[in-house]
Design a protein. Structure first.
Length: 317
């Protein structure tokens, strides 16, 4: 089923804060799962799934908190959107209503094997994965990710170094609207396994990593550190794609984003805009010429939403 693009004009005024549940619209809060299902066909329904676990100290792999922030900012930008956030401990059992599924997980295997996600994408729902959520196992899981979003992190092919890319130029695409040149340190995965000839794939964020980000000097292969293929690609000057958009053959859309180990990076306007644009795009929403509008969160607000997310996980959300 092909989606019809639905959208609204960018809001000229943003509220003072959109980061707390109290500030959210009464009928569009991120944990109102049943209300989302009951909403009319004029409401676009986005389902985020964020991992309940973290990876390191506070501020690392805060996927529930990041999902909550993005969902609330989408509510602010689009009155015709209701986004909900499930933790991996409250995995959604019904996705028949979802227009898009967005996952940020400590490994994407569960999403890749979920028959409900498969059925949703088959009827045209968008699919997006962020950071460790882009990694799945080669075989059935990888084939599903190739089908849903055109690429994935493949062990012994892809690498996951910490580095600071410099994004200077962007492909002209809806997901790059409003994005300005930026440079930010993160655990940026690269050398993704893409569909053959990258058919349907549009690179969104690309840069040439330094060779020092690859272990083994091109002679050794490790799970995520390096291998001869990635060494050859970077040595030959092939820019690596760290985010991409995918037009599926069935008319659906996918989006992959390899950054977001660090929650604080959501305070960077261009970093955050790419993510908001990506979610909007896979959902079939119209993206304004300046990108999805959003308020820049302060460090205190980013920290507060981590605390809120942990309380929500504890409460079974």
């Amino acid at each position: 089923m092909k989606r019809i693009l639905i959208g609204i004009a960018t809001l000229s005024l943003l509220p003072a804060s959109v980061f707390t549940e109290d500030a959210a619209p009464e009928n569009r809060k991120v944990f109102q799962f049943e209300q989302q299902k009951a909403a009319g066909k004029d409401i676009r329904k986005i389902v985020f799934i964020g991992d309940a676990g973290t990876h390191g100290g506070k501020g690392n792999h805060e996927f529930m908190a990041g999902s909550m922030l993005l969902a609330r900012q989408l509510h602010d930008a689009y009155p015709n959107v209701h986004a909900v956030v499930h933790s991996s401990r409250n995995w959604p059992k019904d996705l028949t209503h979802a227009d898009a599924i967005v996952v940020s997980l400590n490994h994407g295997r569960r999403a890749a094997k979920d028959p409900n996600i498969a059925k949703a994408t088959e009827r045209g729902a968008g699919f997006m994965a962020m950071h460790y959520g882009v990694e799945v196992n080669k075989g059935v899981e990888g084939n599903n990710y190739l089908k849903w979003m055109g690429g994935y992190f493949e062990v012994r092919w892809s690498v996951n170094p910490w580095w600071t890319p410099n994004f200077k130029e962007f492909t002209e695409h809806e997901t790059t609207r409003g994005v300005k040149p930026f440079s930010i340190r993160d655990e940026w995965y690269y050398h993704m396994r893409f569909v053959e000839d990258m058919k349907g794939v549009t690179p969104v964020l690309s840069d040439l990593p330094p060779l020092k980000t690859i272990h083994g000097g091109g002679k050794q292969t490790s799970g995520r550190g390096g291998n001869p293929d990635v060494w050859k690609a970077v040595s030959e000057g092939n820019r690596q794609h760290l985010a991409w958009a995918y037009n599926r053959q069935d008319g659906g859309r996918g989006f992959g984003f390899t950054g977001l180990h660090l929650h604080k990076n959501l305070g960077n306007d261009s970093f955050r805009t790419i993510l908001l644009n990506g979610v909007a795009w896979v959902t079939g929403l119209k993206i304004p010429s300046n990108g999805v509008a959003s308020k820049t969160p302060t460090a205190a607000e980013l920290n507060k939403i981590i605390d809120e997310s942990r309380a929500a996980i504890k409460a079974g959300k």
